[in-house]
Design a protein around this ligand. Structure first.
Ligand SMILES: CC[C@H](C(=O)O)C(=O)SCCNC(=O)CCNC(=O)[C@H](O)C(C)(C)COP(=O)(O)OP(=O)(O)OC[C@H]1O[C@@H](n2cnc3c(N)ncnc32)[C@H](O)[C@@H]1OP(=O)(O)O
Ligand SMILES: [Co+2]
Length: 134
């Protein structure tokens, strides 16, 4: 049901500083910042050969990553994102096993212009999990 690892997301307190560190110290290819007000974050993607790192900074007053950063002020690993070919089928299979989809349960359009859902970390071994339809 799940396919490739699409990205690993890191919540960071300062997106410009994190982008600079990945670009200049780690020598990675780093995208321009993309504001996603409907998701309450600004994102930068670090392109790796086999996957991506998504750097996240809070945007707006109700950012879903605000509490996480308050608990982890230096930043930290926030979520993993797996690809799937049929998001609604994956969602239905997961909810049938008791996993909770965050929000209203319906897919939203994510940073890549594709539908995504998030699954509660308590239902997947303490790891917030995003599924993206590809
Ligand atoms: C979609 C655009 C882009 C993309 O890739 O395309 C993105 O990825 S945007 C990413 C930002 N969006 C989201 O994260 C949406 C889903 N997330 C949420 O709805 C919240 O972050 C939520 C509900 C997971 C946590 O919200 P909050 O921290 O405000 O709630 P609680 O403090 O009540 O936390 C409940 C419980 O979960 C633990 N927790 C919270 N965040 C994480 C995390 N990232 N990883 C692991 N565990 C997490 C938190 O510590 C609480 O645990 P407890 O034992 O109950 O204290
Ligand atoms: Co993500």
């Amino acid at each position: 049901m799940i396919g490739r690892l699409n990205h690993v997301a890191l919540a960071v307190p300062d997106l410009a500083a994190a982008s600079e560190r990945y670009r200049d110290a780690l020598g990675a290819k780093v995208s321009q910042p993309q504001a996603l007000p409907e998701h309450g974050v600004t994102v930068v993607f670090v392109e790796l050969d086999n996957t991506k790192i998504e750097l996240l900074e809070p945007l707006g007053e109700d950012s879903p990553i605000a509490a996480f950063l308050a608990k982890n002020p230096k930043g930290g690993m926030h979520h993993v994102c797996y690809e799937t070919s049929d998001l609604r089928a994956a969602r239905d299979r997961l909810t049938a096993t008791g996993a909770r989809v965050l929000g209203d349960g319906e897919p939203k359009i994510g940073a890549h212009g594709k539908p995504v859902i998030f699954l509660h970390p308590s239902d997947l071994f303490g790891t917030l999990t995003e599924l993206e339809e590809v």
